[in-house]
Every structure is written in C-alpha cells, then in structure tokens.
Design a protein around this ligand. Structure first.
Ligand code: PGA
Ligand code: ZN
Length: 424
C-alpha cells in the first residue's frame, strides 16, 4: 500500500518551476514522476496551479506541492497503488472541481504517474509492461525540427514542422534517418543565410519569412540527406491556429495576411498539392472553430490525418463530442491536459474505439521524465511526438524507445502509419 506521497518544486526545460512527485510504498519502494508544461495551452485544459505573486515570475508551484504533501498524502495513505483507477478517482473527488483547479492538475498528475511507477517498480517490471499488455508496438515518431509560433521568436506563424520516418526496418533505423535529416537541415538553413539556433522543442528556429519556406527547407533536407520525401521521410505540421486567430475580426492573422477560414482551408490544400509528403495536420483552425475542423476533415480527411489538440484537450467528454461531429480523424494525447493516467487511458480508448488515430505528445516545457515513451508503447497509441532529435529532455524519450525495442527483441513490432486512414 501507499505509505507516503510527497512532492517538491523542480525546474523544466524552459527554466520554469514544475512539480516532481514521489510515491513511497509500505515496503520502501519509490515511484517518482515529473510534470511537463505547455506554452500553447488549450482553453479547456485542466488547471496548472501556479502561485502568482512575484517569486519566480509568479510561476512557482509551492501551492501544488503543498497540496500533495498534505491533503493528497492524507487521502492516499494506506491505498493500494495497483488500482490506478481508484487512486485517480480519490484525487478527482478530493479536488471536487471539474478542471482540477483546487488541488492543481500538476499536483494530481505528478502523483498519478508516480503511483504507476511505484507499482511497476514493486512488481519489478518495466513501466510499459506494467501498464500495457503483451502485444506491444513501437510508435511512429514525429520530430519537430523547425519551431515557430509560441515556441520561437521568428516570423513563422505555424508552430511545429515535423518529419517522420514512414519507411523503416526498426525503430532505430527510423530514428537514424531522422538524425541524418536533422543534421542536413542545419546545413540547409545555414546555407540559406539563416541562424540555426534552437527553439523550445529542440528544432531550429530560423527567422524564415513563411511557413511555406519552412516546408521547402524540410523537403530539401530530406532529399539532401539521401531520402525520398513521402516515401522514406514524410512531413507533418501543427499549425496551432488558435494562436493566430483574431477573435474580433474572426479571421486568421497569418504571416502578414488576414485569411478567412475558407482561405486558410484553400491554403492548406495548396500546401498539400505542393508538398504531397505532408501526411498529418494538427489544429488547422482555432479551438473554437469546430465547424471548419469538420469541413476540412470531410474535404481532406481521406488524404491526410487531421489531429485535434486544443479543441479537445485529452478530455473524454470533448473527445466524445468531437467523434459525434466528425471534427477530425486523430486525437492528440497529453497527460497534463486532463491530469490523471486513468482519464488519459479513457481518452485513448475512446478515440481508438471510434476509428480515430492517437498521437501521444510531450509539452514544450519538458523534464527528463520518460513516462510518455513507456505510456505510448503500453497503450499502443501508435504515434508519438516528442520534439527534435536534440536536447536531452526530447531525446531521452526516444532513447527510452531504443531501450524498449532492445528489450522486446524479436517481439518488437512497429506501428505503421496510418493505422486506419486509406492513404495512396
Ligand atoms: P505546447 O505545444 O506544449 O506548448 O502546448 C504542443 C502542442 O501544441 O502540440
Ligand atoms: Zn498542438
């Protein structure tokens, strides 16, 4: 049983405070987890409790830490760590709000993840085994190699430009192709006279003039690295369009233009024609603009994966509504958007049961914790985005997948993209 739960304030990859939680079992077994934090957060995400005031730019998490050390500790003492659903429900009930605003989703998630770790450690099995079945697969990974939007100070309004290895003989083989392309991209960026400094997710953040130029550079880097765009390495992007939507004019203020939703839709279609190697588009419209999500899915959903992130925030209720409306064909999954392991499992189950693909995701503010690597394998989520093949807080997730592939040995299967969309 759980003997003690405690937390402390640590720092994330952007130098901001975050929660680390420890769950200690009666025999002394420790489970520990660190909580990530987003920059382009959805309106309906569970609440990340921050102290406010002047200390650490108001971003301190001492209240969340204190909630773990007092109320949550009292409520979980003596509870079995092997019933994750029960542990999470106790914290949800204790919090008492719909969005975990009282205790903080950062406090609750830290304990939720640390509980799973403690249980796995107690059973002396890897986390992916404890949480998963036996028929496990290594995900298709999406690597954000050019950072824009809220993740970099440059002129690109789309947030993430990703590359993904569609043809690979093993996870390692795919990752090597990505690393080669990343290094080639650096040369392409420098040859064009731009700086090759990095953004929040380890991708380059050159001051390009447009998203189209970013896609052109990816195309060129894939070819120069010796691969065929679309065949060996494909492209995906996250527009994170809520961040360039103008709620007053109801237009998209995009890279010096003001576009209606129809014009944005036409723009995406033109990009697909120009770069047929684009296989996945996340958040093409603002989080409130469900109508246009639906329209774009009806129009292009048989050719490209349309991923919903900000509109649904890993929330089972919102995902149910999204499925009913056919507003995408894929759901982005972020543990800290909803705040417990159990609810995240429910989000994944719902999506997959209804023929939606799932993409697990890191946050732009990350830690060294590799929980999502194991969690992706355990849930057969099949897709993972965890940033560039650079900066340890990103690469550690991929390194963990390399370890898992080695452990699975001959049983290691690769998730194939797409799992349910009929692409050419
Ligand atoms: P965030 O970005 O972690 O800053 O929210 C990730 C995303 O939008 O997918
Ligand atoms: Zn997103």
């Amino acid at each position: 049983y759980i003997e003690q739960v405690k937390a402390r304030e640590i720092f994330d990859s952007r130098g901001n405070p975050t929660v680390e939680a420890d769950v200690i079992l009666s025999d002394g077994t420790l489970g520990r987890a660190e909580v990530p934090s987003g920059a382009s957060t959805g309106e309906l995400e569970a609440v990340e409790l921050r102290d406010g005031g002047s200390r650490l730019q108001g971003k301190g998490v001492s209240k969340a830490v204190n909630n773990v050390n007092t109320e949550i500790n009292d409520a979980l003492k003596g509870v079995s760590p092997f019933n994750q659903g029960n542990v999470d429900q106790i914290m949800i009930d204790l919090d008492g709000t719909k969005n975990k605003a009282r205790l903080g989703a950062n406090a609750i998630l830290g304990v939720s993840m640390a509980t799973a770790r403690a249980a796995a450690n107690y059973q002396k099995v890897p986390l992916y085994r404890y949480l998963g079945g036996t028929d496990l697969e290594l995900p298709q990974t999406f690597h954000n190699v050019i950072n824009g939007g809220e993740h970099a100070d440059n002129g690109i309004d789309m947030q993430e430009f990703m590359i993904t290895p569609v043809e690979r003989t093993s996870f390692r083989d795919g990752f090597e192709k990505i690393a080669n392309t990343y290094h080639t991209l650096k040369k392409v960026i420098e040859a064009a006279g731009y700086q090759s400094g990095l953004g929040d997710e380890g991708g380059f953040a050159p001051d390009l003039k447009s998203s189209e130029e970013a896609l052109q550079m990816l195309h060129e880097a894939i070819e120069k690295a010796g691969y065929t765009p679309g065949k060996e390495i494909a492209i995906a992007f996250d527009a994170a369009a809520s961040y360039f939507y103008n709620t007053e004019t109801k237009q998209y203020d995009f890279e010096g233009t003001h576009k209606s939703a129809d014009e944005m839709s036409q723009y995406y279609e033109d990009l697909l024609n120009q770069f047929p190697e684009i296989i996945s588009i996340e958040d093409p419209f603002s989080e409130d603009d469900w109508d246009n999500f639906e329209k774009v899915t009806a129009k292009m959903g048989d050719k490209v994966q349309i991923v919903a992130d900000d509109p649904v925030c890993t929330n089972p209720e919102l995902i149910t509504k999204a499925i009913k409306n056919g507003m995408a064909n894929s759901i982005l999954i972020k543990l800290n958007q909803i705040g417990t392991v159990t609810e995240t499992l429910e989000a994944i189950r719902l999506a997959r049961k209804n023929g939606y693909t799932t993409m697990m995701s890191h946050r732009s503010g990350e830690t060294g914790d590799t929980f999502i690597a194991d969690f992706t394998v355990a849930t057969n989520a099949a897709q993972l985005k965890s940033g560039a093949p650079a900066r340890s807080e990103r690469v550690e997730k991929y390194n963990q997948l390399l370890r898992i592939e080695e452990e699975l040995g001959d049983n290691a299967r690769l998730a194939r993209f797409p799992n349910n969309i009929d692409f050419d």
